[in-house]
Design a protein around this ligand. Sequence first.
Ligand SMILES: *[C@@H]1O[C@H](CO)[C@@H](O)[C@H](O)[C@H]1NC(C)=O
Ligand SMILES: *[C@@H]1O[C@H](CO)[C@@H](O)[C@H](O)[C@H]1NC(C)=O
Ligand SMILES: *[C@@H]1O[C@H](CO)[C@@H](O)[C@H](O)[C@H]1NC(C)=O
Length: 427
Amino acid sequence: MASLTSLLSLLTISLLSFSSSSQLILPIEKDPITNLFYTSLSIGTPQHIFNLAIDLAGPILWYDCNKNYTSSTYAPLPCESKLCNGDAGCTSCNGHFKPGCSNNTCGANIINQLADSIFSGDTGKDELFVSHTKLSGLLSGCTDVDGFSDDSPLKGLPKATRGILGLARTRLALPTQLSLSSHKLPQKFALCLPSSNKKGLGSLFIGGIPQKNSSFSKFQLATIPLVINPFSTAPIFTQGDASYEYFIDVKSVKVGGEILNFKSSLLSIDNKGNGGTKFSTLNSFTVLHSSIFKPLVRDFSKKASDKKIKKVASVAPFEACFDLSTIGRTVTGLDVPTIGLVLEGGVEWTIYGGNSMVLVNKNVACLGFVDGGKEPRTAIVIGGNLLEDNLLEFDLVSSKLGFSSSLLLHNARCSNLEASGNLVLIE
Ligand SMILES: *[C@@H]1O[C@H](CO)[C@@H](O)[C@H](O)[C@H]1NC(C)=O
Ligand SMILES: *[C@@H]1O[C@H](CO)[C@@H](O)[C@H](O)[C@H]1NC(C)=O
Ligand SMILES: *[C@@H]1O[C@H](CO)[C@@H](O)[C@H](O)[C@H]1NC(C)=O
């Protein structure tokens, strides 16, 4: 009897520790105008609701603290703090104290890769709320977006948004802050981007895919290493910094099952940090080096024509466009030649019509890749279109990416999967 009791208490302990693994779940919407993605959370006291664009390459979370914005719980980060790296200098302000106006404050570089400038802002601590869960002591950047005359920190972002939620490999990105804070979430995050808002919202899981009581945990993920580019690809950085963006090692590209012929050295990162493949969710479409784009369009068009798909005039920014009435349908979207990314260990990421094709009007569908010119810094920039209805998990400790390939193969979409009854699973 004694041994049964201790067995039971052991079981209870292990069940408790299992249930304390937790996630923070944020909803994701797709903006139909920009085709970019955003989430929603509350900041400050009183709580202000912010829609923030999701940027896999963004180093921080930043929001608009314009003239009218106030918060009684805001505390600026002093310049001498260990957490202040000094990249953006030390700021001061002559007005009344408020978020965005304080002295001896650690500056923040407000980066939006769609704008032409880097903007100045402040680093500060405030409370963040996801559903009704309070997250205290998180550092973010704030800036008065009306304070810049020629360019705006919000340029190119969805109309509904007033800032960016950055998810890059940095100390101040939310997944890392939450793993180091008292919340102790696992240092990973997962994305499931919706292809449209009509059927529901997608999800961002900080802390990784929920294993407990979730329709997300049933998908088998293929795992590949995330590669670190030793040369920064950021618009502003310190000499010697590695890139904080997420790169993967694409070995070759296939169209309709056949290897595409181009200079394969473009796929490696050279001794200046050029080349290779990275993710960017502020790119709505995937951008390719011209020397990859041209053969892709040629081979794709040829294989499409073998399927009796009729080519029509280009619609910018796309080149290969087709008469929609000549394309069949499958569970994975339009029935077009597949595109394959051959990855480390022979793992292949197959891209079907649901991700590769863009409907530009009622009658025309185009191959959703754009020409990045002859000298882009990175050869392949995988944009949001290839990630929709795919489940992706970025593990920042093991530096690995897990991906599901199209959920349409399993009759599922990011927008109709349920994590659990509640949005927040933090315990
Ligand atoms: C501040 O609030 C006033 C009054 O509600 C409004 O007219 C003005 O546009 C707001 N300014 C900014 C920068 O949001
Ligand atoms: C910053 O310091 C200056 C000079 O001491 C002072 O005039 C100003 O009011 C201070 N600003 C704030 C926001 O406290
Ligand atoms: C699992 O999810 C269902 C549906 O959302 C909910 O009704 C149920 O209470 C959940 N069970 C647990 C153990 O959380």
